[in-house]
Ligand binder design. Structure first.
Ligand code: ACM
Ligand code: ZN
Length: 448
């Protein structure tokens, strides 16, 4: 920015888009988004030269739309927030025990039955339920609309179909795909459940392959997330079909892995091969390291950074989403009495900012760290307003982890810029947590 002009140069259209985001941030909060103050006719930009490029190529955010459902417009609003922070990967967690959220034409019951639960537990898995039907799903047309909207903001949508665990909603729709045959219920509680997909049943494997065929038609992304987290082996141990698969595939236990661990690897690898043959790559949660890792998989490290470090050492690409830095469903304050009811944990702003995704890796291993993302699980987040509250301003801190070169990161400097960001949140009507608010009233109780 000089006295008489603004000059933008970029290597690509994406670069121009990001440059405009930067220019927008230099303007006062009341100027943008058509909310021009009619009484003001001149706006001053500071005289600056910015030479900029991102530290990481993968700059993500994950939204769980299964525990609670968010409308197309609400998802678009989050994409707007992401684009403001120059994020480029929207990980869309579409399937869960508590709801299947994407239309699959070959299996209509997934959304006729699997998208709706009859009741939801009250609080943190009490014995009480609200007895209210809850749900929703996206048609394939709506999902494509989201892909397009994201693309206009240089964001890739990466869908997740979580398998072979977290599948109770699918099993409620098609009970023959579980080891016991059911009956199953679209899950009204939170947690990890023993009923998972029967990998011994060829029909279940066919189901996964059919679902993936429709998923890749909707989503043009290079990466497809196939989950792999939290799949108990209990049912497989007792299931004649799963045991027969273990025998025919010659899956063997060793000192680190059970034959059932290898059954999960068999499932992940089979889906990986299918997707690779269609020119796609898989991402899996770090549990896929337990067994034989699908050969070309990118590992998403969530149980801390250890899985990511191990995967990078093995030569796999990695996305770091360690829960102790990146789980935005965790509390933002230790004083939880003044916070909306949440899952637990404690990830304050400064902690998010302090993440270095390549810590304790050699230079060679660090090249496998594609980037980092925040995950928002929504068991206790029923509304879009609360999504915003959990995300802002922590997403601003994450954006600097994703973008800023390590030697330029400076938390104190970041805090001096927060006031400006808050002005923008207010202008756009975004809900946020006041970052350094005082907690005076010690008699208050936790908000429900
Ligand atoms: C996860 O948090 N279960 C990936
Ligand atoms: Zn089985």
């Amino acid at each position: 920015v000089t006295f008489d002009k603004v000059n933008i140069q970029a290597k690509s259209a994406t670069g121009f888009f990001y440059a405009f985001q930067s220019v927008k941030k230099l303007l006062p909060a009341n100027v943008m988004a058509g909310k021009k103050d009619a009484t003001v006719t001149e706006y001053a930009l500071p005289l600056v030269t910015i030479t900029d490029e991102p530290r990481f190529n993968y700059r993500g955010f994950m939204l769980d739309v299964s525990r609670h459902f968010f409308t197309v417009d609400e998802v678009k609003r989050m994409l707007d927030v992401m684009s403001y922070y120059k994020m480029n990967a929207f990980h869309w967690h579409l399937t869960e025990d508590q709801g299947w959220r994407i239309e699959i034409k070959k299996y209509p019951k997934l959304t006729e039955i699997g998208a709706w639960r009859d009741r939801t537990v009250i609080g943190r898995n009490t014995e009480e339920y609200d007895n209210t039907r809850y749900g929703g799903f996206y048609t394939q047309e709506q999902a494509k609309e989201i892909v397009k909207y994201a693309g206009e903001r240089y964001i890739t949508v990466i869908p997740e179909v979580d398998l072979p665990g977290h599948m109770l909603a699918a099993l409620a729709a098609y009970p023959e795909m579980g080891c016991t045959g059911g009956p199953y219920e679209v899950c009204p509680r939170w947690g990890v459940f023993e009923d998972v997909l029967c990998i011994g049943n060829e029909k279940s494997m066919q189901f996964l392959e059919d679902v993936m065929a429709e998923i890749i038609d909707i989503f043009p992304s290079k990466y497809i997330h196939i989950g792999g987290d939290e799949a108990p082996r209990t049912r497989w141990k007792k299931c004649p079909k799963c045991q027969a698969r273990i025998r025919t595939e010659k899956l063997k236990a060793d000192k680190n892995h059970t034959a059932e661990d290898r059954l999960q690897s068999y499932c992940m690898t089979r889906i990986e091969k299918l997707l690779n043959s269609k020119g796609r790559q898989i991402i899996g949660w770090d549990e896929i390291l337990e067994g034989d890792v699908a050969p070309n998989a990118t590992v998403m490290s969530w149980r801390g950074s250890a899985g990511g470090i191990k995967a990078a050492q093995l030569g796999h690409d990695v996305i770091m989403t360690p829960n102790d830095y990146c789980y935005f469903d965790y509390y933002q304050s230790e004083d939880t009495r003044h916070e909306p009811f949440a899952i637990g944990g404690f990830v304050p702003l400064e902690k998010v900012y302090s993440l270095n995704p390549t810590a304790s890796l050699t230079e060679e291993q660090a090249k496998h760290i594609l980037g980092t993302q925040a995950n928002l699980w929504t068991e206790y987040i029923p509304t879009s307003e609360q999504v915003e509250y959990m995300v802002l301003p922590r997403m601003a801190a994450l954006a600097e982890v994703q973008w800023t070169q390590l030697e330029k990161k400076d938390y104190t400097n970041f805090t001096t810029r927060l006031a400006g960001l808050i002005g923008l949140y207010r202008r756009d009507g975004l809900n946020y947590r006041e970052p350094f608010r005082q907690q005076a009233d010690s008699t208050a109780t936790e908000k429900k």
